[in-house]
Design a protein around this ligand. Structure first.
Ligand code: FES
Length: 277
């Protein structure tokens, strides 16, 4: 009687065209978790601060500085006593009362939509909040992956429209920075708040212009750059800025919160009433 033949071993996953399975979650030995941890801490702190600042609905104006969280001033609430020790001038108030709702809640929809759908921030919060994946070559805990092809993540594609809305907001914040030079009747003023508003507007412009959508709008869909020399030059500038998009995203995010904080401290009297403010 012939001896039973042992079954042939199953082919390895790589041979079947699949992924090799390894017991370790990752073979990386560096501190890959530092970057997602920093992203989590900074983004979480910003969300907490921005939520509080948006709902508190006061101390967002100190003549001539208006907080970027409350600009443009949409409501006559801005001129109410709740606005801080100095109300927003009526010409900055666009609509009537919003029944006591903080105008910042409406204003912040646009910059938050812009940042939430930003290609860089998507990478940052997918990694730090959803572990999808936490880092390159580190296994994620999720069983399936559908990318951004289904609801709700397919909505990330509206980023290009938020880009245009963000440009409008940048124009408004630039106008606010110009108003920051006009505290006195003769128009001349330059305080720390003026410089802060100017830097804030500059960082927001740099962040917007370095946007991937901006780069595509300027240089995309062209078959021959040689026939579009101006767009080619603009595309070159935007491409160079685009290499710094991550840094500009963080710098503009942190600085916009610091700008609001500075105006809040000035409006509440914490900084005193010196001319340097
Ligand atoms: S990709 Fe980041 S703002 Fe557009």
């Amino acid at each position: 009687m012939a001896a039973p033949v042992a079954p042939a071993p199953a082919p390895a996953a790589e041979e079947r065209g699949g992924r090799a399975s390894i017991p370790e979650r990752t073979l990386r030995t560096d501190r890959w978790w530092v970057a997602p941890l920093i992203s989590f801490v900074v983004l979480f702190a910003f969300v907490v601060y921005a939520t509080w600042a948006a709902f508190v609905n006061r101390n967002f104006y100190y003549k001539p500085y208006l907080s970027p969280f409350y600009s443009p001033c949409l409501s006559t609430n801005c001129a109410s006593p709740h606005a801080g020790n100095v109300g927003v001038p009526p010409h900055l108030s666009i609509f009537g009362s919003w029944w006591g709702i903080s105008p910042a809640i409406i204003v912040l929809i646009f910059p938050l939509g812009f940042r939430l759908t930003c290609y860089y921030y998507r990478r940052a919060y997918y990694r730090s909040f959803w572990f999808s994946p936490p880092a390159c070559a580190v296994a994620e805990p999720h069983k399936s992956y559908s990318g951004e092809t289904r609801f709700p993540l397919i909505l990330q594609n509206i980023h290009r429209y938020f880009f245009f809305l963000g440009l409008i907001l940048n124009c408004i914040l630039t106008y606010d920075a110009v108003l920051g030079f006009g505290k006195h009747p003769d128009g001349g003023h330059f305080g720390l708040g003026t410089a802060i508003l100017v830097v804030n507007a500059t960082l927001l412009w740099l962040y917007s212009i370095s946007c991937h959508s901006c780069r595509h709008i300027i240089g995309g869909r062209l078959k021959h750059f040689s026939k579009h020399p101006i767009r080619f030059r603009m595309w070159g500038v935007v491409s160079r800025l685009n290499q710094r998009h991550m840094q500009l995203a963080w710098a503009s995010l942190i600085f916009v919160a610091l700008t609001d904080l500075y105006i809040r401290l000035a409006a509440s009297g914490t900084l005193g009433h010196g001319g340097w403010i």
